[in-house]
Design a protein around this ligand. Sequence first.
Ligand code: CMP
Length: 142
Amino acid sequence: MKHGEFTFTMIKPTAVKLGKVVPILHEIDLAGFSVIAMKMTRLSRAQAERFYLVHKDRPFYSELVDFMSSGPVLAAVLQKENAVEDFRNLIGNTNPESADLGTIRKKFAKSVQENAIHGSDSDENALIEANFFFSQFEIFPH
Ligand code: CMP
């Protein structure tokens, strides 16, 4: 995978439960991203704690870990030029109330915690997060 040309995403438990996987993937496709790895899985509490370790001192950490391990998620690696920034623009602000019209979070998020979808915030984290969910044999860059 080429640095800068991929990002990691995860459709969160509420959005999966509400049947929004396909509608959200449709938006991602229309925005020009291609799926180079994908799986539906459920995080254990310990895995969710590890994935969100950077937030361990935040007041919402424990609730976030409970939420993210409450049901299946859809994890994927997406390829596109300028993937991290373009994907963050596509999903919109963490808080759906502040997200721009037309963004995925504006359309599908329930709250700042149950905000439908995750997107990596840097190229470095995209690599760490992709490697958290996928082995090198499960990612198929173009
Ligand atoms: P995400 O982009 O996955 O990164 C960290 C997550 O923490 C974020 O999306 C939200 O799900 C959650 N989060 C961020 N801020 C808050 C908050 N103020 N209250 C509750 N959850 C939050």
